[in-house]
Design a protein around this ligand. Structure first.
Ligand code: NAD
Ligand code: UD1
Length: 340
């Protein structure tokens, strides 16, 4: 069984490759490498003792995707390829609609043309927008506050319509909370080519001396220490959630054919709690200063993970200390990421 992994060289995709290779699947990665490097896939092979096939094709290239689906006899697709920076999506909305929406449209069209009907899609907790109630469950209303979040919601809606049109489809949209961490080997981790804006990469840069301090965006939220609370999830737990979803789609052919799951831990940690946990893991002091709230940020976001636990029999196993330890191990072994 060959699985096509779009965006498989990226942060989450490369960890997914390890988990799926270890589960016995053959893989073909489709990536343009615009935010990743081939080195991640070389390291995946080093971890697993087995390599993935690599195709440098854009997800908007339907003809190219059809050729790959046929050539490798793919039976399913895990779709990570996309643009993911919320702030950038406000400045470049058409780029986000093009890659995220048109890219998924072309992918699904190619799958239909080739008779491949099983798809796992990377969605985001960003689709919920400002929480009305917590924890966020999958029935919480959706109201994304950025073009990025809207592209994810549009794709989810398109996939529901596609699934309703033909019972052969088996689709899962997975709404990630805040992925952090790295493979415990320290061989693969987050090494973006874009300038990071997420908290964990910025904590890493501060701990390793690449920046003098970090700004804590908002210290006056209605939270115990005044800083924003998020549901951080270890990337290996996250990709194990994909494997569980893949198994579920294969095992329950008569159930609903388009499912949506939160992937989080259900635990929320504040920015200051994250800084302290990382100080413990790294044995470094992390300098920070208070700053204004970042536009578009919500105060608190964490998942109700019950649906994934009950349906997929999956639960995140790695806690905050493991998330920080594995991130720091990756950073220490690869201070410049995959760049030599
Ligand atoms: P990433 O940027 O590390 O990986 C994305 C991969 O897609 C990269 O390898 C990139 O080169 C590739 N790519 C981009 N445009 C492409 C195109 N047109 N054709 C083919 N390949 C292309 O990002 P990630 O953190 O691994 O995220 C993967 C997915 O998960 C994305 O869809 C993202 O929106 C979603 N997601 C990520 C987070 C997060 O915090 N990392 C949170 C929620 C959802
Ligand atoms: C961001 C994205 C979200 C995406 C998620 C995971 C925004 C508004 N949302 O969410 O769509 O799904 O990343 O990729 O960008 N923080 C600081 N200082 C920093 C950076 C962050 O204090 O330098 C704080 C933030 O205010 C927030 C927390 O750390 O409270 C986490 O921030 P971040 O990692 O950017 O994730 P989200 O805001 O949850």
């Amino acid at each position: 069984m060959t699985v096509m992994i779009t965006g498989g060289a990226g942060y989450i995709g490369s960890h997914c490759c390890v988990t799926f290779l270890e589960a016995g699947f053959d893989l073909v990665v489709v990536d343009t490498f615009e935010n990743s490097s081939r080195e991640s896939l070389r390291r995946v092979a080093e971890i697993c003792g087995r390599s993935v096939a690599i195709e440098t094709v854009d997800v908007r290239d339907q003809t190219g995707l059809e050729r790959i689906l046929r050539q490798y006899d793919c039976t399913s697709v895990v779709h990570f390829a996309g643009l993911k920076v919320v702030g950038e999506s406000i400045d470049l909305p058409l780029d986000y609609y093009d890659v995220n929406v048109v890219g998924t449209y072309r992918l699904v069209s190619a799958m239909r043309a080739c008779g491949v009907h099983t798809l796992i899609f990377s969605s985001s907790a960003n689709v919920y927008g400002e929480p009305v109630s917590l924890p966020l469950d999958e029935t919480h209303r959706t109201a994304p506050m950025s073009p990025y979040g809207r592209t994810k919601l549009i794709v989810e809606t398109m996939l529901q319509d596609v699934a309703a049109s033909d019972p052969a489809w088996r689709i899962a949209a997975l709404r990630y909370f805040n992925p952090v961490g790295a493979h415990e080997s320290g061989l693969i981790g987050e090494s973006p080519l874009i300038v990071p804006t997420n908290l964990m990469p910025i904590i890493c840069q501060t701990a390793s001396g690449q920046r003098p301090s970090l700004s804590v965006f908002g210290t006056d939220y209605d939270t115990p220490d005044g800083t924003g609370i998020r549901d951080y999830i270890h990337v290996v737990d996250l990709v194990e959630g994909h494997l569980a979803a893949h198994r579920h789609l294969a095992a329950a052919p008569d159930g609903p054919n388009c499912l949506t799951f939160n992937l989080g831990t259900g635990e929320g940690y504040s920015v200051l709690e994250m800084i302290r946990a990382f100080e413990r893991a790294s044995n470094r002091t992390i300098a920070y200063e208070s700053a204004e709230r970042r536009p578009g940020d919500v105060a608190v976001s964490f998942a109700d993970t019950g649906l994934a636990e009950r349906t997929l029999r999956w639960t995140a196993a790695r806690g905050l200390d493991a998330m920080c330890r594995d991130t720091w191990n990756w950073v220490c072994k690869n201070p410049t990421g995959y760049r030599a």
